[in-house]
Design a protein around this ligand. Structure first.
Ligand SMILES: *Cc1c(COP(=O)(O)O)cnc(C)c1O
Length: 414
């Protein structure tokens, strides 16, 4: 199956220049000379479009932001120092003490801790829901709900949300829907589905080879007529709408988060991320095909595999209909016990044991003893973390080599 053809031309053309240096230039300067006081004044009031200071904008990073915004059909993007920084920027630019978040799905461990442990210290509370609890989600919305936050693929529970249905609930009540689309760039087009703000960890498949930590937030344009951001719920954003019109969310993100928290991307990471984008469609195509092949083969060999491409998965129909371009690089294998999981992982010859995902190489990690080691039993149950659970991120290797490696490792466990 050929996926992502519509992006193949776009990325290689957008990332490079036709004149001068072809590869995106690394402008590795923290600050920029303004030349004269009049220009300095103009840069600060926004009438002169030149770099001000790299915390609030760097030319290499701006190039990356431009490509990422176009990738998702957004009006603008802000690149950040990490994926967690992207989530922090997207949420903290809208939240105040007393606000509530409705969190749906997965949930990536860092995001869970951020909402549950850190934001709660600032008087912001979060309720957590499974992707299919649509009624509970709707009932959880109050006047204080500022953000509905969802992940495109449950990591590591592999449950798939009905993003459109969730977006309908969000728009019915005029609440912002944010989607963490880290696992499914290009596969899911969040803004077309009714998502307002998209966050990415570009560390994963977007860069794709563990060479750069990074993140990005993509904003939609504010509508000319009615828009949920014009409602009372988002009165803090109104002054940006007055001044910046359709670019208001971008301005709000820069002023309310990037400038004040300083989670800025660095030029070298932005350069490496742009290089990754050039091959993203090719790598995604390879990996989503490999995932189906590997999940299918291992399932037939009586491995306990969790992947929505398998017929027994509760979201198989949704996978076929709404995730027809695959659901990224992840699957899980449950080896029953921690002991078996450790033995199995240690016997693998190809897989790298690490916390990353979306790499060129196949990666594995035992969940309960690493990322979720600090989590209590109830939370682990909600997040689907069983004692023998291993998360696998499929890489670019020959899928048959991965299948063979898994088979030989299981022989050792037995
Ligand atoms: C890795 C990841 C993040 C965090 O990204 P970092 O770049 O590690 O900060 C957020 N969401 C998801 C789904 C991730 O996989």
């Amino acid at each position: 199956m050929q996926h992502f053809e519509e992006y193949s031309t776009f990325f290689v053309q957008e990332a490079a220049s036709k004149e001068g240096a072809i590869s995106p230039s690394i402008i590795n300067s923290a600050s920029f000379g303004y030349g004269d006081s009049e220009t300095a004044e103009g840069i600060f009031d926004g009438s002169v479009k030149k770099p001000l200071y790299s915390r609030v904008g760097n030319p290499t990073t701006a190039k990356l932001e431009n490509v990422l915004a176009k990738m998702d059909g957004g009006v603008a993007a802000i690149a950040t120092s990490s994926g967690m920084a992207a989530t922090t920027l997207a949420t903290m630019s809208l939240l105040s003490a007393g606000d509530e978040i409705i969190s749906i799905g997965g949930l990536f461990g860092g995001t869970y801790s951020f909402f549950h442990e850190t934001l709660s210290r600032f008087g912001i509370s979060t309720s957590f829901h499974d992707v299919d609890e649509l009624e509970n989600i709707e009932n959880a919305i109050t006047d204080n709900t500022k953000i509905i936050f969802c992940e495109s693929v449950g990591n590591p529970n592999m449950r798939l949300p009905d993003i459109k249905a969730i977006a309908d609930i969000a728009s019915k009540y005029g609440v912002v829907l944010m989607l963490d689309n880290t696992i499914t760039p290009l596969s899911i087009k969040p803004l077309d589905l009714g998502v307002d703000i998209v966050v990415y960890s570009t560390t994963k498949i977007i860069t794709g080879n563990a060479s750069a930590l990074g993140g990005a937030v993509i904003f939609r344009a504010i509508n000319e007529g009615e828009d949920k951001f014009k409602g009372e719920r988002y009165s803090d954003v109104h002054k940006f709408i007055k001044k910046m019109g359709k670019m208001a969310l971008f301005a709000n993100g820069k002023k309310r988060a990037l400038r004040d928290f300083g989670m800025s991307a660095n030029a070298y990471a932005s350069h490496l991320t742009l290089l990754g984008l050039e091959t993203l469609p090719l790598r995604m195509d390879r990996v989503v095909n490999s995932c189906e092949i590997i999940a299918d083969a291992l399932d037939e060999q009586a491995f306990n595999i969790n992947h929505p491409s398998l017929r027994a998965h509760p979201h198989h129909a949704r996978y076929k209909a709404e995730f027809s371009q695959g659901c990224g690089t992840l699957m899980t294998v449950d080896m029953g016990t921690k002991e078996n999981a450790f033995k199995f992982i240690n016997a693998l010859k190809l897989a790298t044991i690490t916390a990353n995902i979306g790499d060129s190489r196949t990666l594995v990690l035992h969940m309960a003893s690493t990322i979720y080691a600090d989590f209590d039993d109830e939370t682990k149950k909600f997040l689907g973390i069983t004692p023998g659970l291993i998360r696998v991120s499929i890489g670019l290797e020959n899928p048959q080599d991965i299948i063979n490696d898994f088979m030989q490792a299981r022989e050792i466990v037995r």
